[in-house]
Ligand binder design. Structure first.
Ligand code: SF4
Length: 209
């Protein structure tokens, strides 16, 4: 058995264990994960919504429609993306609604409890390109004040274990967000998508299969 086959088996085992995770009282499961794929590209979202929990599928509702439209514009459609890109998230359960509208942002303890899952996926898949989607996801990889400062640029990332990857952040595609619909967000999003499109790991995903 090759080392990569062992990694794929370990990823499948990780998903089985993740499905049984019930560490957070304030979170609604069952936890959601993507396809078990060792990909040169890893995407990290925030947390699933109610539809994602019902269907056990990340980004399967309105925010997903916008997100997959962005990716389709740079050459990878939804079905291909789901098959060939490792889809992860900061938290894997639904945090509940925010009384002021939208979904509640997971708190620091929930983020910390769930961190081992996405870090495990990262170390097994060893992507060369990481796409964090939205502020909470971006903040797991770099210090962040405003989206304006980080979207539209490629960054270096090194994990605590020493794994290196390029980081190209995207805004969250939520319908509640206006950032990417107005300037400078609109232009920065176009710039970020162009960087992803040119990245060798993205090209590899496009050409594989
Ligand atoms: S949010 Fe993460 S750590 Fe908390 S119960 Fe769900 S899978 Fe487990």
């Amino acid at each position: 058995m090759t080392a990569r086959t062992q990694d794929l088996e370990a990823l499948t085992r990780l998903f089985r264990e993740l499905k049984d995770c019930r560490r957070c009282e304030g979170m609604q499961g069952p936890p959601v994960h993507g396809e078990p794929v060792l990909s040169p590209v890893m995407m990290v979202g925030q947390a699933p919504g109610t539809r994602e929990i019902e269907r056990g599928l990340p980004f399967c509702w309105t925010a997903g429609k916008t997100l997959f439209r962005w990716f389709e514009s740079i050459g990878i459609d939804e079905a291909t993306f789901r098959q060939r890109v490792l889809m992860s998230a900061v938290c894997r359960c639904f945090p509940g609604k925010n009384p002021k509208g939208g979904d509640r942002v997971p708190d620091a303890l929930e983020v910390q409890r769930c961190e081992g899952w996405w870090r495990g996926e990262l170390e097994l898949s060893r992507p060369r390109l990481i796409i964090p989607v939205g502020k909470l996801a971006i903040a797991q990889f770099m210090s962040l004040n405003r989206l304006n400062d980080v979207v539209g640029t490629q960054w270096d990332y090194q994990s605590p274990s020493g794994l290196s990857a390029d980081l190209i952040p995207l805004p969250h595609p939520s319908g509640a967000s206006t950032w990417f619909k107005m300037e400078p967000g609109r232009t920065l999003l176009i710039r970020a998508l162009a960087l992803i499109e040119r990245h060798p790991a993205w090209r590899e995903v496009r050409q594989s299969g």
